[in-house]
Design a binder for this molecule. Structure first.
Ligand code: SF4
Length: 293
């Protein structure tokens, strides 16, 4: 039996950056808050409380404390309200997300009907939508636009979608419009993680996907794996059931862009425990990685 991890599992650039900014700001016991979870990982959000970084859900809970803007941004009107209330803002929005917001705005200002490939309820998409004054269509796929025709259409995507889904949307919309402008706003970190996970899933008998149940990119990794192999999406090692590994030879492990290394290491060690392997590790770098042939 062997356990292998997908390349690039765990924290992406934007998440690392947001956490670094938060820790730097809270250094010296300054209490700070994040409006909404700083990243979509409940265990990391809970851990950050010991560093004086607290999550609040509403502006009236901020109570004068400096406020971190999370990696996936916040709605324009909320940002304006914070400014109006003279709240100190530390912007940890990922530059790729900010760039996507700029694209949304400029496409709309240039007269394109804007379509966002994404999840209506995801905070990133809600924030993105708020930067456009006109009507915006948020769709999970082209089937939601069956009866529509467009003169000028602009297409962007939530940063964590699949490139294949964007291609499919574009393909289906070409016959329905006169002019189309597509900006691929899917983040490279997302694509890299999806590709390595896909390659590993194809070569595994079971996949363990680690990350927040509220994490869009982790859910997408689980969805990708499910099309090939039995997949379990877990947040922590406690959820593991040793029965999952019965009669399995190749166990694959992957983690979303918001999953901290210590959780991945705990999960890996728990899998080893279940399969009777004593070679536990202390660092993520020590977990055997999967390399494509
Ligand atoms: S997944 Fe990409 S866009 Fe999102 S925070 Fe990470 S680097 Fe930024």
């Amino acid at each position: 039996m062997r356990v292998r991890i997908a390349r690039n599992s765990g924290f992406c650039f934007g998440v690392k950056r947001a956490i670094k900014v938060a820790l730097k700001t809270s250094k010296g016991n300054h209490e700070i808050v994040t409006l909404g979870p700083i990243i979509h990982n409940p265990q990391m959000v809970a851990k950050l409380e010991s560093e004086n970084i607290f999550k609040v859900d509403k502006i009236d809970q901020i109570k004068g404390r400096p406020t971190i803007i999370r990696s996936h941004g916040i709605k324009k009107e909320i940002l304006e309200e914070l400014q109006k209330n003279n709240i100190e803002i530390i912007n940890a929005t990922c530059p790729y997300v900010s760039k996507t917001q700029d694209y949304a705005k400029s496409l709309s200002e240039d007269g394109y009907d804007l379509i966002i490939l994404g999840d209506h309820n995801h905070p990133e998409v809600q924030a993105l939508r708020s930067y456009v004054d006109k009507e915006v269509m948020i769709v999970a796929n082209a089937d939601e636009l069956v009866d529509k025709q467009f003169k000028k259409v602009g297409i962007i995507s939530q940063t964590t979608r699949r490139v294949g889904d964007l291609q499919e949307l574009v393909k289906k919309l070409v016959p329905k419009c006169h002019e189309m402008r597509v900006i691929n706003t899917i983040c490279n970190a997302t694509t890299i993680r999806q590709n390595s996970t896909l390659a590993l899933a194809k070569e595994s008998d079971v996949m363990i996907v680690v990350g927040g149940k509220n994490s869009s990119n982790t859910k997408m990794l689980a969805k990708i794996c499910e099309s090939f192999v039995k997949t379990y999406h877990i947040e922590t090692a406690c959820e593991i059931d040793r029965k999952w590994f019965k009669d399995k030879q190749d166990i694959g492990l992957t983690a979303g862009a918001s999953t901290p290394d210590w959780i991945i290491v705990e999960v890996y060690n728990e899998i080893l425990e279940c399969i009777g392997n004593i070679n536990k590790v202390d660092n993520i770098e020590d977990i055997p990685g999967f390399k494509e042939e």
